[in-house]
Design a binder for this molecule. Structure first.
Ligand code: ADP
Length: 270
């Protein structure tokens, strides 16, 4: 996999992606940044982890290098590799190295998916040394104060941080994210989608009803993302039942029995 396909550096001056806080996470993140501490964000899918990091990077005026981790991700995907063209071999920085070199924020989404040998490169960066040794080039990069490492994972998928040593894990300031309380989530859904407040409220009622059954029947509870997607379809003129089926129910399960049961909940609310 090419380095460019797994990471993107986003920095649009003046544009801060909207984020509705649910606690003290903004202040804690800012303090972690100022104290050069890495941050770990844990929480279910679609609860706003990525949006929060995008918001914080823009707020702090740092470029953001996002990597979606997976079990094929190699250390070279993060650090960089030699490439060959007509004129010979040349070195190209991976997203982690770019973030260290340019003083940006490197966000490793779903870090537990990455193999252990991949996350080893994070150890010296997340402790007091704050260095990135690049074996292939012999360089040892010292992270500038503006560099920050942020990782996220979903505790529902993984109970242990298999890739990170406990000593590394304990270097991170940890923020636990959950779903926002109903009124705040409805506000987020309305703002993100443009749907009217009453519909946003009903969608959140539906989400919470589905979440309360999720433990038994579903692999994972519906996140705010699914609710926002359904709201966008409704705001665009889609029938609410059709929108909820397409954007929520069919995304949660492939089992006809389960989708039928979920639609019963939808029909009770819309
Ligand atoms: P995660 O990274 O946790 O899987 P995302 O950050 O991608 O989730 O959130 C999914 C979507 O939900 C966002 O694109 C946004 O529309 C919405 N969202 C969730 N939480 C918030 C929040 N606190 N403020 C603003 N939007 C939010």
């Amino acid at each position: 996999m090419s380095v460019t396909s797994i990471a993107r550096a986003v920095r649009v001056p003046g544009l801060i992606p909207p984020y509705t806080p649910t606690g003290d996470e903004i202040a804690v993140f800012e303090l972690a940044y100022r104290n050069r501490l890495p941050v770990l964000i844990k929480g279910p899918t679609g609860c706003g982890k990525t949006r929060f990091v995008e918001h914080m990077a823009a707020r702090l005026g740092r470029a953001l290098y996002t990597v979606s981790c997976h079990d094929d991700l190699s250390a070279s995907d993060l650090v960089g590799r030699h490439l060959i063209d007509a004129s010979g071999t040349y070195w190209t920085d991976g997203p982690l190295t770019q973030a260290v070199r340019h003083g940006g924020i490197c966000y490793l989404d779903e870090v537990v998916e990455a193999r252990k040998d991949t996350t080893v490169v994070l150890h010296a960066l997340s402790d007091d040394r704050r260095i990135l040794p690049i074996d292939r080039t012999g360089e040892i990069l010292e992270a500038p104060p503006e560099f920050m490492l942020v990782v996220s994972y979903n505790p529902g998928y993984q109970h242990l941080l298999k890739g990170l040593k406990p000593s590394t894990r304990q270097r991170f300031v940890s923020l636990a994210f959950g779903f926002p309380e109903a009124a705040r989530e409805a506000e987020i859904v309305a703002t993100e989608s443009g749907v009217d407040p009453a519909t946003a409220k009903r969608l959140v009622t539906l989400a919470n009803a589905l979440r309360s059954t999720a433990d038994h029947d579903l692999e994972e509870a519906p996140g705010t993302r699914l609710i926002v997607d359904a709201a966008k379809l409704i705001a665009g003129g889609c029938d609410p039942q059709v929108a909820c089926r397409a954007a929520i129910v069919e995304c949660l399960s492939d089992e006809p029995e389960i989708t039928r049961a979920l639609m019963v909940v939808v029909l009770a609310i819309f």
